[in-house]
Design a protein around this ligand. Structure first.
Ligand code: C2E
Ligand code: MG
Ligand code: MG
Length: 763
């Protein structure tokens, strides 16, 4: 378990500290033994870590190498008695160990994502140079002055100080960019610190600042360093040591800045405070200061450049679309406004082309988003290749592009360019999945007035684009003022419609359906009316399509069903109509596509207490064409409920015989368009005759809609259509007018003309 491992690690480290302490307190030679134990225990610990935790191999190797070089340095320096090896060799081992450590740390720092490695290395160089200068003044120059060792040996030893500072700096950068606390990192940090402190003591002794007596402490610190490394490998967090992390390094940047600046300030103070001791000293100081100054200058230049690069990248991101690299809405609006504000030459009229791909969603849904992205990129390229050089192609969002052409001179110019833009889509787009075809709808609006706002021009083009979509897609439409008014009106209707139900502005009117043979009212069709707050009555032909589009039809339709059925129940109970009279309720495509419809219907039936066989649902052909599976499933559920289905407006759509066979329909309603001509137009009459014959042979109930004259009624009856509704019989009337309507109709009995047969001969 991880927590047990953590505990074990700490106990191990504590024991290590005991060994170190014993090394300090116990007599001389014991310190050497402690060092030996510390160095030796590293091997099994690292093996364990590799086996159990799969500790990063590279890291293990690096630590082993570094440890070996430091160990060799200690041995050759005479920890276990004089070896006779020159000091120079020992110092070299130490320097190699230190350089390896620098390299390892650079690699670790590199793995921290989001960090500017070049900048860190630059800072590390400044730190190194700064501390070289300090080391020169504090240790090296004095050592050289007192020692009789060869110059090269002292120089190698001298180089170690800057290396140590760089190690410390990199270690700090690494540790402080840690996003999660990682104990292993901190143990390694402690080890590095202990080793460097040991080195410092050594250097102070060498330079004659401290007596040789404190060297024992230096060794104890090295010993501690080895135990800390062991603890780092024992701790379970060693696994994540090499993992890439993202670092939020803005705060740490300040820390780095402080360290880098101090590396600059302290040497300057030291240089100023102590004069050169010799000519050689003066040369070294001057060259070092020069190199340091150059490094700083370079670092500043690089960082300024990086900053300005980052800034322009940010600016680019703010103004362009990442997917296609095209200018985005912000840049487009900016450009439009520059055209709006400019005093335009009279012969030019900058024009906006709003290009929207048709049914782009289908590509995304069927081929996936990466295919969709590819299509968007290719379209962007093609558009750029098509427009004049001065024009801008922008991408607003999703599948919307805008071309802004400042060179347009006339309407015919604009329409030529729109044509060319449409032709961009004639060629198929080659994708990995195969060729696809897309088309686009284009809305065109020009910037013709100084006072207009950029957003308005964009909106105008957008409006025109919707007009193009409405007229069947893959075409263009020009913006004009009336379009704007239509849209504004529609928007007002949409908003008002949302509240109509709550405000009880909706009512049901009913139109009786008459049996032509008996003259009896056999049913009613429920037709919705919307009486707005100001008293104006809006026709369902106007508001039902809007309710369809916005989805308000769902609650409104549910209300209509319940209202109509409740009304029928009341009429039957009050004896207004016969107990077999039916109620027909119109159901729009959106309602039919709603999986809840069957439960809405059955709830309305049970709440009103009307038998399902008394309800007719009227649907139109469109939904059976566009979503046949869905429509079939819903209609079958209706049938299972015992509700019957009528096909409304028959003959106007794409009516096909297969439709009548495939769907569970029990009635067709012959559209008013044919009924109107049935008396006078032979071809209409022929058509109605065929429809009726076909309906009868399929066993369907037939109702004629929109009967306005006795003549029509007579002909229909002769053709075999036995049920009818229309203004001749009765307009749609409010509920409370139904009693008198029905009784007037029943008083009339069979329609007068039908009794006579003087016209029959004409049929
Ligand atoms: P529809 O279902 O075909 O309704 C028949 C339409 O013809 C009604 O128009 C009716 O008033 C009208 N009409 C009836 N007899 C005559 C006639 O002799 N001459 C003429 N010229 N017209 C006649 P209305 O009430 O304006 O309804 C229009 C359409 O709105 C309906 O056509 C129906 O599709 C839809 N609608 C009406 N109420 C509802 C509803 O509650 N829900 C849904 N989804 N649609 C409805
Ligand atoms: Mg109807
Ligand atoms: Mg109809």
């Amino acid at each position: 378990m991880a927590s047990n491992r953590t505990k074990t690690t700490w106990i191990y480290f504590f024991l290590g500290c005991v060994v170190v302490a014993a090394g300090i307190i116990a007599p001389d030679r014991y310190g050497d033994l402690a060092y030996l134990i510390a160095a030796a225990q590293i091997v099994p610990v690292m093996l364990f870590s590799y086996r159990v935790d799969r500790a990063p191999k590279g890291l293990l190797l690096a630590i082993a190498l570094i440890g070996t070089f430091y160990g060799l340095s200690a041995v050759t320096a005479g920890v276990w008695g004089e070896t006779g090896v020159p000091r120079f060799v020992s110092n070299l081992f130490e320097l190699v160990g230190g350089s390896l450590m620098v390299a390892g740390l650079v690699i670790l720092v590199r793995q921290r994502r989001g960090m500017n490695t070049a900048a860190v290395i630059g800072d590390a160089m400044i730190v190194g140079l700064g501390s070289w200068l300090m080391a020169w003044v504090a240790f090296l120059q004095p050592t050289l002055a007192v020692s009789d060792e060869p110059l090269i040996s002292s120089l190698v030893a001298g180089f170690y100080h800057p290396t140590g500072s760089v190690i410390l700096f990199l270690m700090a950068v690494y540790l402080f960019t840690e996003t999660k606390t990682n104990a292993s990192s901190w143990f390694i940090g402690a080890s590095v610190l202990a080793t460097l402190m040991g080195d410092l003591i050594y250097a102070l002794v060498d330079a004659g600042h401290l007596g040789a007596g404190v060297l024992d402490f230096a060794y104890s610190l090295y010993t501690l360093g080895y135990f800390a490394v062991a603890a780092a490998f024992l701790h379970p967090s060693v696994k994540s040591l090499e993992q890439t992390q993202s670092s939020g390094d803005s705060q740490r940047l300040l820390g780095r800045l402080i360290i880098t600046t101090s590396s600059l300030v302290f040497p300057v103070i030291v240089l100023a405070a102590s004069g050169p001791k010799s000519t050689a000293d003066q040369i070294v100081r001057s060259i070092s200061a020069l190199v340091l100054a150059s490094a700083v200058t370079l670092r500043v230049v690089l960082s300024v450049r990086a900053n300005s690069d980052a800034q322009s990248e940010l600016l680019k991101q703010a103004y362009t679309d990442a997917l296609t690299g095209l200018p985005n809405r912000v840049l487009l609006l900016d450009r439009i406004s520059s055209y709006v504000n400019e005093l335009w030459r009279a012969d030019r009229e900058p024009t906006l082309f709003f290009v929207d791909l048709d049914r782009f969603k289908n590509i995304n849904d069927s081929l996936g988003h990466s295919a969709g992205d590819e299509v968007l990129r290719i379209v962007a390229e093609r558009l750029i290749g098509t427009v004049p050089r001065e024009a801008m192609v922008a991408r607003l969002s999703g599948d919307e592009y805008v071309v802004l052409d400042p060179t347009t001179r006339s309407l015919s110019n604009a329409s030529a360019l729109a044509e060319r833009l449409l032709s961009v889509f004639r060629e198929p787009i080659a994708l990995a999945q195969g060729d696809v075809f897309v088309t686009a709808s284009i809305g065109v609006a020009s910037i013709d007035s100084i006072s207009v706002k950029p957003e308005d021009v964009l909106r105008h083009a957008d409006t025109a684009m919707y007009r193009a979509k409405d007229s069947g897609r893959n075409c263009m439409a020009f913006y004009d003022e009336s379009m704007h008014e239509r849209i504004a009106h529609r928007l007002a209707v949409e908003t008002a419609l949302y509240r109509a139900l709550d405000r009880q502005e909706l009512r049901m009117f009913h139109q009786p359906i008459l049996d032509l043979d008996t003259g009896e009212v056999v049913g009613f069709e429920a037709l919705m009316r919307w009486q707005q707050g100001d008293g104006t009555i809006v026709s369902p032909a106007e508001f039902i399509p809007i309710a369809e589009d916005t989805g308000t039809i769902i609650p409104i339709g549910a209300w209509a069903l319940l209202e109509a059925l409740t009304q029928l129940r009341r009429w039957i109970d009050d004896g207004v109509c016969s107990p077999q009279a039916t109620m027909s309720v119109n159901v729009s495509p959106r309602q039919l596509a709603d999986p809840n419809l069957p439960s809405v219907v059955s709830e309305a039936l049970s709440r009103s207490g009307v038998d399902p066989s008394l309800l007719w649902i009227e649907i139109t052909e469109s939904v059976m064409i566009s979503e046949p599976e869905l429509a079939l499933a819903t209609l079958q559920k209706m049938k299972a409920l015992g509700v019957r289905v009528a096909l409304d407006d028959f003959g106007t759509g794409y009516s096909s015989l297969s439709l009548l066979q495939r769907f569970p329909l029990q009635r067709i309603k012959i559209d008013r368009a044919f009924v109107q001509g049935v008396a006078d137009n032979p071809s209409d009459r022929a058509l109605v005759r065929t429809i009726v014959a076909m309906g009868i042979s399929l066993g369907l109930d037939m109702v004629a809609e929109g009967v306005e004259s006795l003549h029509q009624m007579q002909v229909l009856s002769e053709l075999g259509c036995k049920k009818a509704q229309g203004y001749l019989i009765s307009h749609p009337v409010p509920a409370d007018a139904m009693r008198s309507t029905v009784s007037a109709l029943e008083r009339l009995g069979r329609f007068p003309l039908l009794r006579g047969d003087h016209r029959a001969g004409q049929l």
